[in-house]
Design a protein around this ligand. Structure first.
Ligand code: GDP
Ligand code: ADP
Length: 115
């Protein structure tokens, strides 16, 4: 049977180097998968829905909260960010070690839910 993956929370302030660490891990090893978050912020030029983020309206995001479809979520500046539960679960079942690269408040919430 396949080993269930680990859930890894990488949390820190914007500019602290999270992206750099993740990029390097993904390049070097094939056991990691990066969780794709849902967000209400506007896509930046070059960003693709389902690749950098799942882009949602505020209504859609609030519906996901109500339906408990997010493992954690946080409000950062004026936007919501959250980790889709199903996506992470599937990757863990497939044996990937899933990295959540998230803002600090969400990291704290996760630790509480998982420990
Ligand atoms: N709590 C939480 N924070 C997230 C999630 N996805 C992204 N973030 C954080 O939201 C913040 C803003 O992300 P973004 O708009 O992409 O800007 P940038 O990463 O600072 O260029 C970053 O600190 C991210 O790590 C998530 O699913 N949950
Ligand atoms: N270990 C490090 N030492 C010095 N600079 C770093 C280090 N890791 C990342 N940086 C630089 O810091 C900046 C922010 O890194 P980034 O990975 O984008 O942070 P985050 O994803 O947390 O916002 C980038 O310019 C990056 O090249």
């Amino acid at each position: 049977m396949k080993r269930r993956g680990l859930l890894i929370v990488l949390s820190g302030f914007s500019g602290s180097g999270k992206g750099t660490v993740v990029k390097s891990l993904l390049q070097k090893y094939d056991n990691y998968a990066l969780s794709i978050s849902a967000t209400t912020r506007q896509p930046r030029p070059g960003e693709v829905d389902g690749r950098e983020y799942f882009f949602k309206t505020r209504e859609e995001f609030e519906q996901m909260i109500v339906e408990d479809k997010l493992l954690e979520h946080a409000q950062y500046v004026d936007n919501y960010y959250g980790t889709p539960r199903d996506y992470v679960e599937h990757k863990l079942e497939d044996g990937f070690d899933v990295i959540l690269e998230i803002e600090i408040q969400g990291g704290i919430e996760d630790q509480r839910k998982i420990s």
